[in-house]
Structures are given as structure tokens and as C-alpha cells.
Design a binder for this molecule. Structure first.
Ligand SMILES: [Zn+2]
Length: 449
């Protein structure tokens, strides 16, 4: 691949310090002494669209990548007629991230999380020989499971046990999985995404493993930003409004960053894209903080706490992938700043409302949606009702997942079993690193001292 690491630099959103990409391609934070802040990518050239490169790599001069990773398809962007009419909108564009052959949508894991893998795995040097640790509530895990298997990249996917039903592969990808570059660790019992993050953090501090980095990884955010790039290319302008359901809010930060890059680039006009982000009730920490004009979030993420009330609320959400207890909201360059920059809005959507929105989408557009995408559709109806968008505004609706039923009808899929199961007590207390270390050593048949 001809793009070298020199096609971008990393800048701290707090102090402005500038960094070149380091040797292992995974610089995640600024080394200066200040409160937490995200690094952001700055690309040296204007956006160049490369039709000769596969999938999302058509945008690779605006991705922090040094190699091509195969099998990652672009979203399908189209102008809606059915849903647009139902919502009373003239210029509604849908970015469909999933499987829908009639719409040229071929993301086989049926989730936009696959886009993240392009930036994260493309950022790895060719000679990387560590194992990347990815903690997931389900969809991100499935995306890394498929792409790492197909490209023979060593990965350990960490999920709560209840997310195992999300870990499936199309049968032809499962062939690659049998090469076993990817292993699965599950966390038993009442574990949620946050517990998986804790376990992932313990493992990634061990020799031979490194953390994917979540929202801090510019590769993850810029990969998700492909939604905005592909929409601008298809529509011809930066949209006025952007709708997405969020758990961590990383997709919202990514959309702000990519739209701001496009604004500075000028090819697709110079408008600010307003963020409209939604969460699934009854667990809506980002919406609660934003509506109270508060930069700090209520603390749900105490390592020693096993908060029953929070778990109950999370367990009652239809869109469980939206249940992040510690989203990157407060830090500099994070979601609070993204909402401020874009004069954004937050929405809370009930289970009933999201189910109804999914039904309307199916009736008007003709495809099944992921529950999180249904939350986003419901928020669009709320925004119209509240007159936060006008009939003629150019609106981008990010359907972050869909076409599961359609894909499973056309294709055989294989559910992947965990290689190792942890208990919640394994990750609690002072000797958690030792307990986890022993199990991981057995799994990899190595001794970590
Ligand atoms: Zn800094």
C-alpha cells in the first residue's frame, strides 16, 4: 500500500501537542500532564476517493492506516421515499449499515461496527505480533471476529456471556475462523459491557496483548467516520443533520470530527452538521447530563460496585448494545464537546417507541433493523415533532445495523462458542490480575510471569 504513516499526524485536543504515529501504530493519548483529552487525526491532503482500492479503503487517505484489510464494505447511502413521507421530510438520506442486496448493502455482520475494524486493524503495522484485545457488548466483537479471522490477525474478543448470541459468522468466514487466530473470552452471570471492559483491561496489560483502545483509538473513530464520508460523496454536500443511537457516543464524536474535516476541506460545502443522538430508556446517562447542561456524567462506573439498580435498568433495555456506563463524554474532544460544537441534541427513546419505529421502517422501507437503529428512527420522529429539523433540511439517518433476518434467510451462519469463561469474582479484588493471568496462560498454553 502506498500510503505511509506520514499522510497524517495526531494532535491533542487539549494542548495541541502534535505526534507522528509511533512504531506500533497505537498511540492512544497525549503524554503531557493535563486532564484526559482525545487525540485527533489531521490528514495532510484533501480527501481523495480511490475507486481502485477495496471497500472502505476508497477513503484511505483520510484513514490512519498503513495496510489494507480485506472484506470491509462501505455503507449504502440512498434517498428515502417511504420513511421520508411518513416523517414529512423532503431530503432524508439513509446510511444503511447492514445486509440488503437490493440496496447494494453488503456488510455481512449487519452492523456499522465493521467500519471501525478498518481504522483499527489498518493502523497495525504488518509485522505486529501481539494479540489485540477487544471488549464488546456484541456487535463490535462480531465485527472483529469476522475481519480478524479473514485477515489472520491475532485477536481476543471479550464479551459478557449474554452477548454470545451476537457472536456468529457467515459460514464462509467461519472457514477462516478455524485457523484460530481469534479466541473468545466470556464473562459469566450478571456481567455487562462494562465488566467486559474491566476484564479486557486486565488482559491487555499482560505481555503479548494490547488494548484496542475504544474511543481513544483514532482508527476506530475515523473508521466510523466513513458513514459521513460516504454520505457526503453520495449526497454531494455535508448534511444539515445527523441522527444516530449511541451507547458510548464514539460514533457521535466520529461524525463530528469527520464533518469538521469535510467543512475545512470545502469540497462538499462548509456547513456544520448538527448531531441528533439518542439513547434507550431507562438507561440514558448521556442524555441526562446533556439536558442538565452538565459536562460531568453521573458516576456509574465504580470498579468495586456491582450496582443492582443500574444492572436492572440495563437489562430492561431492548437495545442492550447502547448500555455503556462510562462513555467518553466529559473529556476534552469527547462527546460533550461534539454536542457543543454542533449545537446538538440528545433524545431518550422508550422500548415501545423503538419497537413502533422499527415497524414503521419495515413497512415504509422494507428491511428489518437492529434495535439500536430503531431507537435512531424513533428519535427522528421526535425531532420532527419538536421542530428541531425542517422539512427541506438535508438529513442523514445512520442505520447502524440491519438486515439480520434478510442475511440469515440467504446465508448459513455459525455461532462461535467461547474458548474460556470467567466469573465476575475473577475480576474483582486485589488478586484479579493473577486469577485472570492463570486462565489466560492456560488458554494460550504459555506462562506469563
Ligand atoms: Zn495534550
Amino acid at each position: 500500500m502506498e500510503y505511509k504513516e506520514s499522510h497524517y499526524s495526531l494532535r491533542c485536543t487539549a494542548c495541541g501537542a502534535e505526534y507522528g504515529e509511533n512504531g506500533n501504530g497505537f498511540l492512544l493519548s497525549c503524554s503531557h500532564n493535563h486532564p484526559p483529552a482525545l487525540l485527533r487525526t489531521f490528514y495532510k491532503e484533501k480527501l481523495e476517493i480511490r475507486n481502485d482500492l477495496p471497500g472502505v479503503f476508497r477513503y484511505s487517505n483520510w484513514l490512519p492506516v498503513r495496510r489494507i484489510v480485506n472484506g470491509i464494505e462501505c455503507p449504502s447511502v440512498y434517498r428515502s421515499t417511504g420513511l421520508a413521507k411518513a416523517a414529512g421530510l423532503d431530503n432524508l438520506f439513509i446510511s444503511f449499515n447492514g445486509y440488503w442486496p437490493e440496496r447494494q448493502a453488503f456488510i455481512k455482520t449487519c452492523s456499522f461496527k465493521e467500519l471501525e475494524t478498518a481504522g483499527v486493524l489498518g493502523r497495525l503495522p504488518e509485522n505486529n505480533n501481539g494479540t489485540i484485545v477487544v471488549s464488546s457488548a456484541g456487535n463490535t466483537g462480531r465485527a472483529f471476529l469476522k475481519v480478524c479471522s479473514e485477515n489472520a490477525i491475532s485477536a481476543l474478543i471479550v464479551v459478557p456471556e449474554k452477548a454470545l448470541s451476537s457472536l456468529w459468522l457467515p459460514e464462509n468466514s467461519a472457514e477462516f475462523f478455524r485457523n484460530r487466530t481469534v479466541k473468545i473470552a466470556a464473562l459469566r452471570g450478571n456481567a455487562d459491557y462494562f465488566d467486559a471492559i474491566r476484564l479486557g483491561r486486565i488482559i491487555s496489560s499482560m505481555d503479548g496483548f494490547f488494548a484496542e483502545g475504544g474511543a481513544k483509538n483514532v482508527g476506530r473513530r475515523d473508521g466510523m467516520g466513513v458513514v459521513v464520508l460516504s454520505a457526503a460523496e453520495a449526497i454531494g454536500v455535508i448534511p444539515d443533520h445527523y441522527f444516530q443511537a449511541v451507547g458510548s457516543g464514539t460514533g457521535g464524536i466520529a461524525a463530528r470530527e469527520m464533518s469538521e474535516r469535510l467543512l475545512n476541506d470545502g469540497t462538499y460545502g462548509r456547513r456544520i452538521m448538527h448531531l441528533h443522538l439518542s439513547q434507550n430508556e431507562p438507561f440514558t446517562p448521556i442524555k441526562d447530563a446533556w439536558e442538565n447542561h452538565n459536562r460531568s456524567l453521573k458516576i456509574y462506573a465504580d470498579d468495586s460496585m456491582d450496582d443492582y439498580d443500574v444492572k436492572m435498568r440495563i437489562n430492561s433495555m431492548r437495545a442492550s448494545v447502547l448500555s455503556n456506563r462510562k462513555p467518553p463524554y466529559s473529556l476534552t474532544g469527547g462527546l460533550y464537546d461534539a454536542l457543543m460544537y454542533s449545537s446538538g441534541h440528545m433524545y431518550g427513546v422508550s422500548n415501545e417507541e423503538s419497537m413502533e419505529a422499527g415497524k414503521i421502517f419495515y413497512e415504509t422501507e422494507g428491511m428489518d433493523l437492529d434495535p439500536a437503529a430503531e431507537v435512531a428512527v424513533a428519535s427522528l420522529f421526535q425531532a420532527v415533532k419538536m421542530e428541531r429539523v425542517k422539512r427541506k433540511d438535508i438529513i442523514l439517518l445512520n442505520i447502524t445495523g440491519g438486515g439480520y433476518r434478510c442475511f440469515k434467510k440467504d446465508n448459513e451462519i455459525v455461532y462461535i462458542k467461547p474458548d474460556i469463561v470467567f466469573d465476575l469474582k475473577d475480576i474483582q479484588g486485589n488478586s484479579s490480575a493473577e486469577r485472570v493471568g492463570e486462565k489466560i496462560a492456560l488458554l494460550y498454553e504459555k506462562v506469563y510471569i
